[in-house]
Every structure is written in structure tokens, then in C-alpha cells.
Design a protein around this ligand. Structure first.
Ligand code: CA
Length: 230
């Protein structure tokens, strides 16, 4: 899950990003509305945390543009207690939910989970490829009946591959979806995580049952030809 925080108070923005990363989300931060809009438009995010009172471009304008360009992107507004009119305007412009400042981090997390859950029910409640099962919301994966102990990055890679089962997924696509900009990883990083994920799946590089390497192109989950008949 990749989130974008658009918030001009640096302490709040950075604190939110830290806390959210700690929860396993990939997080980018924009400190004004214009930068926020540009990032939201350029990258694929699952959810936007949008302060309304922003320099360079007003939060409501960001909301309006994002909604027009990316109808499915979830938007959680942060609003001032003193401005109920703003809240109404934001909801009218298509924001999905709001939180009044100041708020507790635990409540923000709960709102994010609720929005993603609502969204996920529409998209795919439980992912399954062969005997691999993954609950995107509960962030739990099973191999048969055995629960897999995965790191946050391994989980996110597996989720992305499962959402694109049968397709060749490039390392660049994985970098884009699983890592945030702060991480600035190398494509080698992807390989390292794929290898540790394979070990946990007890997958063999030469005859993969789950994650196939398509040399020069990327990875594919679940369609290794030599194992089609198993
Ligand atoms: Ca502000």
C-alpha cells in the first residue's frame, strides 16, 4: 500500500510519515498543495491524506483535480475544527472521509483501515494463487494452512504479484508500488527481497512453482509452464 501525505506543517507531516511507515505502508510526503497534486498525478497511490489549508495550491483544489484525474484514489481530508464549511466542500468534491485536527494517530490508522477495507471489498477480498492465500487488509498470508512470516516488503511484493497473477511484473513496477521515494532502492533490492520471499515459499529458482523469473523482463507468479500439470 502506498500513501501520500500532503501536509504543510513539517513536524506533523514527518511524524505521520514515520508512524505510517512503521505500520508497513510506503509513504511519500508533499509539503504544499502544488507538489502534492504533482505527486498524486505522477505516481500510483492507494490513499491520499490531504490537509485542506495548504500553500501553493488549496487543498480543495487538490481534491477537485485528483478526483477528476484519478476517480478511484481514496482521499482522507484533514480539516480544522473551526471550518465545517470546508469539510462539506471537501466531501462534495469527492473526498472519502475526513478527520478533524488535532486527532490521535490511532484514529487516523483506524480511518485508513476502514477506507481501505471498504475499497478492498469492492476490489478483491482475499487473493489466491495455487495454495497461496493472502488477506491484503489483515496483512496475513498462508501457504496451505501454514501462516507465512513475511516482512512488510515481502508481503507487499507478494500482494502485488498476486494482484497481477499470470502477468510479467517488472522490477521497476515493484519498485514503484512497494517502495516510497525516500527509500530510493536499487533494482538489486528487489532481487534480494524476491529471493528471501522464495525461500519462505520453499520455491526453487531453477524450477519455480510460485515465482518465475522472466529474464530481462521481471517476475511472474503462478504460471510456470513446466508445472502446469501438477
Ligand atoms: Ca495546513
Amino acid at each position: 500500500m502506498r500513501l501520500l501525505v500532503i501536509e504543510d506543517e513539517p513536524d506533523l507531516a514527518d511524524g505521520l510519515a514515520r508512524g505510517l511507515r512503521h505500520q508497513g505502508y510506503a509513504v511519500d510526503v508533499a509539503y504544499d498543495g502544488l507538489q502534492g497534486w504533482e505527486l498524486a498525478n505522477a505516481n500510483e497511490y492507494d490513499l491520499l491524506i490531504l490537509d485542506l489549508n495548504l500553500p501553493a495550491m488549496d487543498g480543495l483544489e487538490v481534491c477537485r483535480r485528483v478526483r477528476a484525474a484519478h476517480p478511484a484514489l481514496l482521499i482522507l481530508m484533514l480539516t480544522a475544527r473551526s471550518r465545517p464549511d470546508e469539510r462539506v466542500a471537501g466531501l462534495d468534491l469527492g473526498a472519502d472521509d475526513y478527520l478533524v485536527k488535532p486527532f490521535h494517530f490511532a484514529e487516523l490508522l483506524a480511518r485508513i483501515r476502514a477506507l481501505l477495507r471498504r475499497d478492498m471489498r469492492v476490489r478483491a477480498p482475499l487473493l489466491q494463487v495455487k495454495d497461496l492465500k493472502l488477506d491484503p487488509l489483515g496483512r496475513v498470508a498462508w501457504l496451505g494452512n501454514r501462516r507465512l512470516e513475511l516482512t512488510g516488503k515481502e508481503f507487499s511484493i507478494l500482494e502485488y504479484l498476486m494482484r497481477h497473477q499470470g502477468e510479467v511484473v517488472s522490477q521497476e513496477a515493484l519498485l514503484e508500488h512497494v517502495w516510497d521515494m525516500q527509500a530510493n532502492p536499487l533494482t538489486n533490492t528487489v532481487r534480494v527481497h524476491i529471493n528471501s520471499l522464495r525461500r519462505k515459499l520453499e520455491d526453487m529458482a531453477e524450477t519455480p512453482y510460485y515465482i518465475e523469473t522472466c529474464i530481462g523482463h521481471g517476475y511472474r507468479l503462478g504460471t510456470a509452464k513446466n508445472l502446469e500439470e501438477t
